[in-house]
Design a protein around this ligand. Sequence first.
Ligand code: URP
Ligand code: ZN
Ligand code: ZN
Length: 467
Amino acid sequence: MGTLIQNGTVVNADDRKRADLLIEDGKISEVRAGIDPASHTIVDATGLLLLPGGVDAHTHMDMPFGGTISADDFLTGTRAAAIGGTTTIVDFAIQARGTRMRDAFDIWRGKAEGKACIDYGLHMIVTDLGSDAGKQGLHDMDDMVREGVASFKLFMAYPNVLMVDDGTIFKALQQTAKNGALICMHAENGSVIDTIVQQTLAEGKTAPIYHALTRPTIAEAEAVNRCIAMAEIAGTPVYIVHLSSEDALNQVREARDRGLPAFAETCPQYLLLSLEDHMPGKSFEEAKYVFTPPLREKKNQPKLWDGLVHDHLQVVSTDHCPFCFADQKVLGKDDFTKIPNGGPGVENRMQVIYHHGVNAGKITLERFVEITSTAPARIFGMYPKKGLLAKGSDADVILWDPNAEHVISAATHNMRVDYSMFEGWRVNGNARMVFSRGELIVDGGRYIGVEGRGQYLRREARGGAWQ
Ligand code: URP
Ligand code: ZN
Ligand code: ZN
């Protein structure tokens, strides 16, 4: 006996149709009109859309950063994600300098074990390839690929903390050309930014706005251009994380126009929030919007939306990295460099992109599915298990009510953070029910699944197969 969802509209990245969807043994077993109800449990989806569960390929649960730890752990963060319609995350394990990648892998599996409410994969942040000309680190990368860690993040920013030099980046890129994994790049010129930061602090400028003003868009564009060039020489794809500006986007577009396998994500905060509106330089409250790359001028927003429409950008992820205002953001009260970088978003991604993308007529429903679920599943080696409503895929299904009205607020949200980046926003469209591997885990905005039921996802290294 299975669960039969009747009378809904099934939406995939390439089409939509009125059909029933049958779930058996955690998988989708049939999608077609008129499936025999037999002895199945019936769920009526009249007026609802059936969407593949959201895939958020960029989260930071329980992450040490700037002398504190991100406020959501794998329990609170994935529960909130599920309530918002996301059924898969890919989080970042961090290799501490001088340690092995396996150490970080074990630590992050431990953080998620018994807590994750939805399925999760891990990227590995590489900080150190070791002292033997990188041999050990490159061997560790292969080891991680065998564990299903099919992607690595490297930083061109945050000198002395996470930043690695171009030689390290190039070696890692060359290794992925062999093992088929994907390098994700935090692309900002860290040395230039650090110089501007020191000069700015020396002038006594310490407010949150200076976090943004010390990180020009050209520093992002330069790093995007440099890492794409290194990937081209290494003969391998590259994926730019949290792309925030038109200048950076132009670099990706030009590379893709030349046929290079360059991919990029942006995030709701860059599409919907701006320097003018959220960081006018008036109060320390603006620390709520300190993340990296920073908020940009409003004129960038239509360019980013246009990039999503024309596939210059492939994915919308959140970069969910929450810090409470009252006792974490405040660490930087007298010095913007001490404000922990990051913002909360994992619960709201589907809502705000649906409302401001689909309802506003900027993107089609199918494109919404593509950028929030199918493309990240494909790029990060989880497709067609995730990101698709078809026979054989995991039964990660959202029953999406396109008319539900929801007001976003820290007073009612489920993330463990004391503010919302979208406080008071009214959105239409929300998850009514969420199934994960066939289990109903969210009903009417409440998580009803077992805590810790989420499984580690061993992801496939695609080896450029998505080109
Ligand atoms: O501000 C941000 N983005 N915090 C998380 C770390 C990162 O660079 O993704
Ligand atoms: Zn980053
Ligand atoms: Zn991040």
